[in-house]
Design a protein around this ligand. Sequence first.
Ligand code: ZN
Ligand code: ZN
Ligand code: ZN
Length: 176
Amino acid sequence: MNTCFIHSEKEALSICRGCGKTFCELCLDEGKEYYFCKNSECQELLKKELPSYKVSESVICTKCESELELSEEERIFGKIHCPECDAMIDYTEVPPKLLDREHYTEILSSLNQGDIALIKSILEDGKVDYYILGELFLSIRPLLEPVRVFVNENHVEKAKMLLENFDLNIFGISTK
Ligand SMILES: [Zn+2]
Ligand SMILES: [Zn+2]
Ligand SMILES: [Zn+2]
């Protein structure tokens, strides 16, 4: 077994993206995509990997003025669905921008949390303007309702191309 560089008796969780050494879970911080150790140079890299913005813990819906409590993931993702009035708001914009849902097309839905995580990262890498409706952020329990992925109408073709190699049937996704 691979052991932690610092704790030789502990099993390694992963490698540090910065220095490439293996570490246990105590010694690693999780970035957006990679793990980083506590070494100060590696911590610098972690800071760069994390998004520069983060929405505050609670926001006011710009449409109905309900107060919305956000999870850590939602704060990073930034596009928030208001369960009260069904608005979709992009809090990464200043001031927050109400997304016109008419301009977004549903491209697929899935009950599989892992699929959704993968789809998110593919769309993000492709700089596709998208948002997700559903229990995206409850990663602990299985999904009760399918998560639905919406893409800006101008990016639908691009999104479909990006997801083309993704085996939709094996992953149990229904495409429209
Ligand atoms: Zn490191
Ligand atoms: Zn360790
Ligand atoms: Zn609202």
